[in-house]
Ligand binder design. Structure first.
Ligand code: AMP
Length: 217
């Protein structure tokens, strides 16, 4: 199974990917997470990506495509994988199609998580994450039991530096200009399943499982 997850920043892709991984045991390949890891390690790629990420712009296609194709080829994902945050441009989508063709594989489904623009900024700016276990919270919609502390391991929660109001506007703009056109790219291939992401997290998860269970049945 190869599943591509599309949706604007703040749609809840990361949270829903965790539920998918728990249920189906697929690999979760998040281009944003991989870039953050590269930055932490101080790699050349991490250094090149830094200014784009901090300003909410997309990292150039050539860097991203090379990084993700390497992950696809090396990750041990026998059962399948979820692509989260990649592809984000038509150029990336075309390169992904070519690479998968070489591997004798193809995308099975594209889940498009739809959320109204008006909700996105609040969702992104209220987001907090545990730096140790990666559990995601929201200060209003999904708060931890103790303020700013992870329920699972008691670590202080952190905010991503690009989850600020200034940067999120650029990220939403980049989504509309460069990523949203992928909905029609994949619709032409009859791969897109839309999911209403405006409803509570559990309801989104249920709709998503209904779609994915239907595919593998
Ligand atoms: P994310 O965690 O998916 O919100 O990604 C964080 C940042 O990483 C984005 O704002 C971009 O700067 C960069 N990024 C992640 N994935 C991609 C991609 N597929 N193409 C270009 N830039 C990306």
């Amino acid at each position: 199974m190869i599943l591509v997850f599309l949706g604007p920043p703040g749609a809840g892709k990361g949270t829903q990917c965790k539920s998918l991984v728990d249920r189906y045991r697929w690999c979760h390949l998040s281009s944003g997470d991989i870039l953050r890891r590269e930055r932490k390690e101080g790699s050349e790629l991490g250094r090149k990506a830094q200014s784009y990420m901090d300003s909410g712009k997309l990292v150039p296609d050539d860097l991203i495509v090379a990084m993700m194709i390497k992950e696809l080829n090396t990750a041990s994902c026998g059962k399948g994988f979820i692509l989260d945050g990649f592809p984000r441009t038509q150029g990336q989508a075309e390169e992904l199609d070519k690479a998968l063709q070489k591997m004798g594989r193809r995308i099975d489904v594209v889940l498009n998580l739809e959320v109204d623009d008006a909700r996105l900024e609040q969702r992104v700016t209220g987001r907090r994450t545990c730096p140790v276990c990666g559990t995601a919270y929201h200060i209003v919609f999904n708060p931890p039991k103790r303020e700013n502390v992870c329920d699972k391991d008691g670590q202080p929660l952190v905010q991503r530096p690009d989850d600020t109001a200034e940067v999120v506007c650029n990220r939403i703009q980049a989504y509309h200009q460069q990523t949203a056109p992928l909905i029609s790219y994949y619709s032409k291939q009859k791969l897109v399943k839309n999911i209403d992401g405006n409803v509570p997290i559990d309801e989104v998860t249920k709709s998503m499982f209904r779609i994915v269970d239907g595919l593998s049945a």
